[in-house]
Design a protein around this ligand. Structure first.
Ligand SMILES: Nc1ncnc2c1ncn2[C@@H]1O[C@H](COP(=O)(O)OP(=O)(O)OP(=O)(O)O)[C@@H](O)[C@H]1O
Length: 227
């Protein structure tokens, strides 16, 4: 589904954000990316959705070679991706429901259908009662769950989440984690970067990055996680 073959990314001559990454993500995987600040976690996620391109090596996502995609091919690539990135903030002057409906309206869905699906997405993250509220009246954790609803409303095959629990308290972080796990349980492939020990504690599949390289990769097929 996602295949990195000896992929490196240099932002300039001196900084290797990623170095010689070889990695396969299979359909239905739930993978956490861990590692210190600057390790390359965000860069890896940004390459999968075409925000950044490989400097060398080959990256394919659903059979598409990301390094060779024209700019006009990027929206097509992202059609199958649900993105949860810090930079993609909610529009503060629109209701929660309107925010979640946006991706559907961009792809030309009928308003009634867009609203029905958006309400269903909000229901899944436990926020249907906030549909008509403005985002700033919600807590940080609730806003993050709205961002998750917006990311999944197009029924993506893959969710990419960059530090989805950053700045959240334990309760809200747990809500966010369980929302993501429920999409994984429904068959969605998830890649999640995190510093959150609690996330990692319950994880079955973790890739550790340091200075742009994979330094450890562990996978436990039984429930409960651990090395
Ligand atoms: N747009 C950019 N231009 C130049 N250098 C960048 C850019 N984005 C990231 N870098 C550098 O690339 C390296 C990897 O950064 P990246 O954001 O991928 O790490 P990270 O593991 O996600 O860190 P954090 O946990 O702090 O978010 C760092 O040295 C960073 O300074």
């Amino acid at each position: 589904m996602i295949k990195f073959s000896q992929v490196s990314k240099q932002y300039d001559r001196t900084i290797f954000a990623l170095r010689d990454i070889t990695l396969t993500v299979n359909k239905g995987d739930l993978i956490f990316l861990a590692g210190p600040s600057g390790a390359g976690k965000s860069t890896l996620l940004k390459m999968i959705c075409g925000i950044e391109r490989p400097s060398s090596g080959t990256l394919t996502v659903n059979g598409q070679n990301v390094g060779k995609l024209k700019a006009s091919g990027i929206p097509y690539l992202r059609r199958n991706l649900g993105l949860i990135f810090q930079e993609q903030r909610l529009l503060l002057d629109r209701s929660v429901l309107a925010n979640v409906m946006l991706p559907l309206q961009v792809t030309g869905a009928q308003r009634v259908e867009a609203e029905r699906r958006s309400r269903a997405a909000l229901d899944k993250v436990g926020l249907i009662d906030k549909a008509l509220s403005l985002p700033q009246t919600l807590s940080g954790g609730e806003q993050q769950r709205v961002a998750i609803a917006r990311a999944i409303v197009n029924r993506p095959q893959i969710i990419l989440a960059d530090e989805p629990t950053a700045n959240l308290d334990r309760d809200n972080a747990d809500h966010v984690l369980s929302a993501l796990k429920s999409f994984h349980a429904a068959g969605v492939t998830c890649l999640i970067s995190t510093h959150d020990e609690q996330f990692l504690h319950s994880a079955n599949h973790v890739i550790f990055l340091d200075q742009g390289q994979i330094v450890d990769h562990w996978q436990n097929s039984s429930a409960g996680g651990g090395k």
